[in-house]
Design a protein around this ligand. Structure first.
Ligand code: C5P
Length: 300
């Protein structure tokens, strides 16, 4: 028998305004200086009581989302249940996708953070923020940030967060590509292209641009060390970046490990013009306008 008790959590996508990547560590991960900014594109994760574990997903690209226990959202539910001695979770997790799938916008991480917060509420486990962040860090490098949202500097493999102040609203266009890129493959290509990467450091000018809400200064300082690797594996992204710049974007970069590309615009009207320019140039699957910062995982 299923009960009608259910909890829905909204979770944001992210863009990396700086992604500084060091050399490969002995554990295979890379040390990062990763400046995350949550953006207003959201997945919604609903968890309800069920007879057995079940996972469903709807929305653009949902056909590519694994529906078994390898899904990060499932792993989040199992991890919380295990920590609290609850045994096998008998729940249905439903993911309503709006964040581009396999796009370098942390959609899978967002779903994990959403499922964790939803299960905690549904089961009344009342995990502390610290415990939730701990579970998030076990699940993946980007998951803790999906929980907190806003803006943060991630160090270590990206999971150690220092919250950042953001002094204004920034407008973005995100161009989803046809096809995906595997994050490990992009890091491997990074290693091939940059065998002597220096230790990653957050750029003071970029942190200051965020703090003051200065879009021109942010545009002048955004960087992504994974971009050459993503372009090497997915060369047509260069045409997308160029089309966004021609349409008036102040900055154009690959989002995370790609293949979504991100365009920083002067304001909302400019973002809409950039989105229209990208659509007209036929260089992406969809172009979405969103503002930042956005809140982290939020119970609805
Ligand atoms: O932590 P997460 O599961 O998101 O990482 C996915 C993959 O991305 C890792 O298996 C690794 O290949 C790569 N990665 C990395 N260094 C990081 C984060 C991710 O090499 N700091």
């Amino acid at each position: 028998m299923t009960s009608d008790t259910s909890v829905t959590v909204r979770v944001p996508a992210k863009v990396n305004v700086q992604l500084a990547v060091g050399g490969a560590r002995p554990d295979g991960f890379h040390d990062l200086a990763n400046v995350f900014l949550a953006v207003g594109l959201y997945d919604e994760v609903t968890v309800s009581e069920a007879d057995a574990f079940e996972l469903t997903c709807t929305g653009p690209g949902s056909g590519q989302v694994p529906l078994d226990r390898t899904n990060l959202a499932a792993r989040a539910a199992y991890a919380l249940a295990a920590r609290h001695g609850l045994g096998e979770p008998t729940i249905r997790i439903h993911i309503a996708k709006d964040i581009p799938v396999a796009g370098g916008m942390a959609g899978g991480s967002a779903d994990a953070a959403g499922a964790l917060v939803a299960c905690d509420a549904l089961w009344g486990t009342n995990a502390s923020r610290e415990e939730l962040l701990d579970i998030c860090a076990e699940l993946g490098s980007d998951v803790p940030f999906s929980l907190v949202g806003g803006a943060a500097l991630g160090t270590g493999r990206g999971e150690k967060l220092e919250l950042l102040d953001v002094g204004g609203e920034f407008w973005w266009v995100f161009a989803a590509a046809d096809g995906g890129l595997s994050t490990p493959a992009v890091y491997r290509e990074f290693d091939r292209l940059s065998p002597d990467a220096p230790d990653p450091v957050a750029a003071p000018a970029l942190l200051e641009a965020l703090r003051t809400g200065d879009v021109e200064a942010l545009a002048a300082t955004v960087t992504n060390d994974l971009q050459p690797a993503a372009l090497s594996l997915f060369p047509s992204l260069k045409d997308t970046l160029d089309a966004g710049t021609s349409a008036g974007a102040l900055a154009a970069l690959v989002s995370g490990s790609g293949p979504t590309t991100a365009f920083l615009a002067a304001d909302e009207a400019s973002a809409r013009r950039v989105a229209a320019g990208l659509a007209e140039a036929g260089v992406c699957r969809t172009a979405r306008v969103a503002s930042s910062p956005a809140p982290g995982a939020t119970l609805l």
